[in-house]
Write a protein that binds this ligand. Structure first.
Ligand code: SF4
Length: 276
């Protein structure tokens, strides 16, 4: 049984490993005791990037994907996170609630993958809603089949990573199947849940024009998709792969050029998406 700890403000770029060595494996469906406790990496208090307005961003532990360009491999395993109570997280959030409301912001839960610890995530989102905060998650959608209407009712926005439109490219990039993500996107469209689609542009991996067009054509008819955000690959997480002794495939991958970013943005816009 992991020791209950406290979560301190930090950054997505902090390296945190081996904090809770007794944690279960993230591939198990957790008995979460209705989400009273869970594993978290850190939280940031002033993001203007992960949803509208000023955001607190909570980085949860646990992810079943293994994206070759992931900048936070220290969020893959529950054992690398701090075991905390949901109430502790909600109390920390409460200290910022007035400022977040005043600046039209709220809470974004990212990771890792928030759906690995579904009940824990839902409990924190519900706590944020009780404070009158806008709520969002960032997710790959891979575990979207686990989500019920109760979970969706706590959410104002989904930042949905669609990493590829080609199943083979998706598998090479993430080690998993694409279909659950597309299924989740279609479900969010069917219920009209606001979505910002996020696409990580990795030269030599996801930049093929046909791959981009495939995402654009899939997303364009979805009225609930407010934005497509193109996220350029960067090397800020490379040091974590090295520190954790992981085999990093992108040592020699460059950030996309402005011309490539513009080409991809124009592909999305030509299909009818609002893209930035
Ligand atoms: S889904 Fe996110 S956290 Fe998981 S491996 Fe991919 S980039 Fe990393």
């Amino acid at each position: 049984m992991s020791q209950v700890g406290t979560l301190e403000a930090g950054s997505r770029h902090d390296l945190r490993v081996g904090v809770s060595p007794d944690a279960p494996d993230e591939s198990q469906v957790l008995d979460e005791s209705e989400g009273a406790f869970g594993y978290a990496h850190s939280y940031e208090t002033a993001s203007r990037y992960d949803g509208p307005g000023l955001r607190v961003v909570l980085w949860l532990s646990g992810c079943l994907l293994r994206c070759s360009y992931c900048h936070n491999p220290d969020t893959w395993h529950l054992k690398d996170g701090t075991y905390v109570s949901a109430q502790h997280v909600i109390d920390r959030l409460g200290a910022f609630a007035a400022a977040l409301r005043a600046l039209d912001g709220g809470l974004t839960i990212s990771g890792g993958e928030p759906m690995v610890q579904l009940a824990f995530t839902r409990r924190i989102l519900a706590g944020a809603k009780r404070m009158g905060l806008h709520t969002a998650i960032q997710t790959s959608g891979y575990l979207g089949d686990r989500v019920d209407d109760r979970f969706l009712s706590c959410l104002d926005l989904v930042l949905l990573d669609i990493k590829s439109s080609d199943p083979e490219t998706y598998r090479v990039a993430t080690g998993r199947e694409l279909a659950p993500t597309l299924r989740f996107a279609e479900r969010l469209a069917a219920v009209g849940k606001p979505v910002w689609v996020r696409f990580t542009l990795v030269p030599g991996l996801t930049d093929d024009p046909a791959n981009v067009d495939g995402i654009a054509r899939f997303v364009a008819p979805m009225k609930n998709v407010e934005w497509v955000e193109v996220q350029p690959f960067h090397q800020l997480g490379a040091f974590k792969w090295k520190a954790m002794g992981l085999d990093y495939r992108h040592v020699n991958t460059s950030a996309p050029t402005p011309d490539l970013i513009n080409r991809v943005l124009e592909q999305f816009r030509a299909a009818g998406c609002r893209a930035r």
